[in-house]
Write a protein of this length. Structure first.
Length: 133
């Protein structure tokens, strides 16, 4: 499992494609856990954290990703995503973590216009992330 502290009241939601998601009116946190066993089942043995980081960047290369400052040594990426249905652009802060059994991609997002106000809280939350079996 994953734990973190964020000063925004979030509601846990099931979101397709993610291990867990939390949403509020103004922000969202998405987490995807990918285990080393899942990589092995897909034919990729002994994936390193560095390889995982490159895999994530490659899988999202259509999003004009900008490398952010590492948070407690964990690589970060920033990118914008426009929800065409809502006609709203969101900014994502993605932080990658290595856990005992694999990797986690944790995304903190808000509307782009509000991101600067939320970024300090997102960084604080990213520093508080911990994992358990």
């Amino acid at each position: 499992g994953i734990e973190f502290y964020l000063r925004i009241r979030l509601v846990k939601e099931s979101l397709e494609g993610y291990t867990v998601g939390y949403a509020a009116d103004t922000a969202i946190v998405l987490a995807l856990h990918e285990t080393k066993a899942e990589f092995a089942e897909a034919g990729v043995e002994d994936v390193t954290f560095e390889q995982y980081v490159e895999f994530v960047k490659g899988a999202n290369e259509d999003k004009a990703i900008v490398d952010g400052e590492p948070i407690d040594g964990n690589p970060t990426m920033l990118y914008d995503f426009k929800n065409e249905e809502q006609n709203v652009t969101y900014r994502y802060l993605t932080v990658l973590y290595e856990a005992d059994d694999g990797f986690w991609m944790v995304q903190f997002a808000s509307q782009k216009d509000n991101f600067d106000a939320y970024e300090p809280s997102f960084i604080e939350a990213a520093k508080s992330v911990s994992f358990s079996a």
